[in-house]
Design a protein around this ligand. Structure first.
Ligand SMILES: [Cu+2]
Length: 266
């Protein structure tokens, strides 16, 4: 292929292989620059909003989210207008992948829950749409209150473990609500947001990429995080609604996704 750089060809081939074999573990992502804002001064934080395969570091195209916002002290604030598009820096499923960034100034103490409702993503490999309602917490200015609030999403993880200030090896427990009701026996996928270079974890076999757990009879799941960094939890269900693709009714996978950060004890 004249004029095409070999590195680019390698990347495309690698992505085709990765995406074909592992297209199931998609995760909505919101990662803030700070998960804990200490002290007493206001601070501007930045957030990135993505749709990825976290362990493989592969991006998917993400259309401008339907809604992006923050919930704090019982009030929801719409931040959709603050989203700025960016181009994926890593391998991308489909050639050109967009993700989104935003900044937000934390002024008052409390727990801030950032959330996103994406546009439905059409996944040809699975013949269905995917909608991941994603949340992340930022604890600010010394007040720990509100992290267990529900945002009344169609599917949602309510943390039973405080979702920040976590050590490596801690367990994380969450209650999964579907339509506001506990969801027993539901699958929850867990993935590590992999690093690059020396920080990259190399899974020895495919089952290590996505950890799979289930909720118990009360809709509760438990997982112990073995490594410092960001961990994503995706509770997955079939939506009670369908969406049309090329005129045909298709299934919709809804995910309640959360991200928590774990730090080594030293
Ligand atoms: Cu994918």
């Amino acid at each position: 292929m004249k004029g095409v750089k070999p590195a680019f060809v390698t990347m495309v081939v690698a992505c085709l292989l990765i995406c074909a074999s592992l297209s199931y573990a998609h995760f909505g992502v919101i990662i803030p620059s700070d998960d804990i804002v200490a002290g007493s001064e206001s601070k501007e934080i930045s957030l990135s909003v993505k749709f990825v395969h976290p362990m493989e570091g592969v991006y998917m195209e993400m259309a401008k989210p339907k809604k992006f916002g923050v919930f704090c002290r019982g009030k929801s604030e719409d931040l959709t207008g603050s989203l700025v598009s960016a181009k994926a820096e890593g391998p991308c499923q489909g050639g050109s992948c967009t993700y989104w960034t935003a900044t937000y100034t934390i002024k008052r103490p409390g727990d801030y829950i950032f959330f996103v409702e994406p546009e439905p993503y059409w996944e040809p490999a699975e013949d269905k749409y995917i909608v991941h309602y994603t949340k992340v917490w930022v604890n600010a200015l010394g007040m720990e209150e509100g992290w267990d609030a529900s945002l009344n999403l169609p599917i949602e993880i309510i943390p039973l473990t405080r979702p920040y200030g976590l050590w490596t090896g801690n367990v994380f427990q969450g209650l999964v609500l579907v339509n506001g009701k506990p969801a027993p026996n539901l699958e929850v996928e867990v993935e590590y947001m992999n690093g690059s270079g020396d920080d990259k974890v190399i899974p020895p076999a495919d089952p290590y990429i996505t950890q799979v757990i289930k909720t118990d009879s009360n809709g509760v799941f438990t997982y112990a995080m073995p490594k410092a960094g960001w961990w994503g939890f995706a509770a997955l269900a079939d939506a009670p609604w369908k969406l049309k693709h090329d005129g045909q009714e298709k299934d919709v996978e809804i995910g309640g996704v959360v991200w928590v950060r774990v730090v080594d004890m030293k």
